[in-house]
Design a protein around this ligand. Structure first.
Ligand code: ZN
Ligand code: ZN
Length: 456
């Protein structure tokens, strides 16, 4: 008791002095603090996934997400918070059911792919034609899929840099369009993913000019493998599927880009643009894609502001409607093309740790590149000579041919969860999320206080 009273007395003497002389941390100290104890990014992603949930592009749910994000930014002291509206073509999923009719009747887990057509409530029943790869589908003769359902398999392996998405992704991005051009009534694919859960991975797909969209869906990995075993055991008998997908187009609706700023000391200098996307697919709660990214960039901007007003403005862009066609990124670039930015960065690859730093100005401004690389080495981030190309939400940086930085996150787990019902807060590792915030704070802080031009 005596000891604690003394301690209390000592504290009460010291406390006023501490309270009246707040020493702003240096950028390094702030980033180190973020690594240990940042709560802002988690608060953002917990808040938006809990209070809003799924945010399908162009819908009322996305609008609630944008309003939620604006309140969060305002509450944390961001200036010029706004929702910049733009029109878009909106697609919403309906019912999704698949079943094998013969020779081994049973249900399969399926989800519709974005921008695909409806089978109608009665569904379509047709023979399934098995293609191991997109190239095999491309080689199928014209008209050979008339009245059939195409099935496209392929394998995707976990990789740290996520490069397998480029290898396996075309099955989703273009498979249904190719099958439709050869007469298929519908397409199902093995989900583009690396898990073994019965949670299909949705995502967008494109139909070529002049090819009418058909119904198309993704089977979960275990269901796709089951279907493939059926082909092996069918002894040449046709495998017939009944597929019911009832998505619909809502036509033109409004989405918007949420913006907010940490205003710099010299507003004549081009700002640093940090971006993410606010929309998500309907099936998960948009935690890793991309609530975490928005939490990371907003938290980093706030941490930089706590080290003192930066030289340049830091503008946060939470783009609307990324998933269904990069509508927000295009609209932002169109609206702001005449307002130069200094450098653009985007976070949209989950919440796992950053492992590599890339810029597009390593040749043009080696001193700055090296300074940033050195500053993040203590967080375990490797330097790289790869030229940064930027994420989907920073079209404006590419359109203006300005500076771009990619802070590459570990993608080993990303495609276990990507575009699935398992994209939830529970999958986020708070320790790795804080490492993202620390690295972003360090990098954005250096950029926002860089007086010279940041040129590729
Ligand atoms: Zn995303
Ligand atoms: Zn996505």
């Amino acid at each position: 008791m005596k000891t604690s009273l003394l301690a209390l007395a000592a504290f009460s003497l010291a406390a006023p002095a501490l309270a009246t002389t707040p020493m702003p941390r240096t950028l390094d100290q702030q980033a180190d603090m973020a690594l240990k104890s940042d709560a802002l990014a988690w608060d953002f992603v917990e808040g938006i996934t809990t209070e809003v949930g799924p945010r399908q592009a162009g819908t009322e749910a996305e609008k609630r997400g944008r309003e939620w994000a604006m309140r969060w930014l305002t509450r944390h002291g961001f200036a010029n918070v706004a929702d910049e509206p733009f029109p878009m073509q909106t697609w919403v999923p309906g019912e999704a059911k698949a079943e094998i009719v013969s020779p081994f009747p049973q249900p399969l887990e399926v989800l519709a792919l974005g921008d695909t057509a409806s089978t109608g409530p009665e569904g379509v029943t047709a023979e399934v034609v098995f293609f191991r790869t997109v190239d095999e589908l491309r080689a199928a003769p014209a008209g050979s899929l008339k009245g059939k359902i195409a099935y496209i398999s392929h394998s995707m392996t976990q990789t740290q840099d996520g490069s397998q998405y480029g290898f396996a992704g075309p099955a989703r991005w273009v498979g249904a369009g190719i099958a439709a051009s050869k007469g298929a009534v519908a397409t199902v694919i093995k989900s583009v993913g690396t898990d073994s859960d019965r949670t299909p991975h949705t995502g967008g797909t494109d139909f070529p000019q002049g090819v009418a969209p058909t119904p198309a869906g993704a089977l979960s990995m275990p269901d796709a493998r089951n279907l493939e075993r059926m082909f092996a055991r069918a002894d040449g008998k046709p495998v017939t599927m009944k597929l019911t997908l009832t998505p619909r187009s809502l036509g033109t609706t409004m989405s918007g880009n949420v913006v907010g700023e940490i205003v710099g000391r010299d507003p004549s200098l081009p700002p640093v643009l940090v971006a993410c996307h606010i929309d998500s697919w309907w099936n998960g709660t948009g935690a890793i894609d991309d609530g975490a990214g928005c939490g990371i960039v907003a938290a980093a901007a706030k941490h930089v502001s706590l080290t003192g007003q930066p030289l340049r403005t830091i503008r946060v862009l939470m783009a609307g409607a990324e998933e269904t066609g990069l509508w927000g990124s295009k609209a932002y670039s169109a609206a702001h093309i005449d307002e130069p930015i200094a450098v653009g960065l985007e976070s949209d690859f989950g919440a796992d740790r950053i492992w590599r730093f890339e810029s597009n100005f390593r040749d043009g401004n080696r001193a700055l590149h090296d300074r940033i690389a050195k500053s993040v080495a203590r967080f375990g981030v490797a330097d790289s000579a790869i030229v940064a190309t930027g994420g989907a939400d920073i079209d404006i940086a590419r359109d203006q041919k300005t500076g771009i930085i990619d802070l590459q996150q570990d993608g080993t787990r990303y495609f276990d969860l990507h575009h699935t019902a398992n994209d939830t807060l529970d999958m986020i590792d708070p320790v790795q999320l804080r490492q993202n915030v620390a690295v972003w704070t360090q990098v954005v802080g250096i950029l926002a206080n860089e007086a010279g031009t940041i040129k590729p």
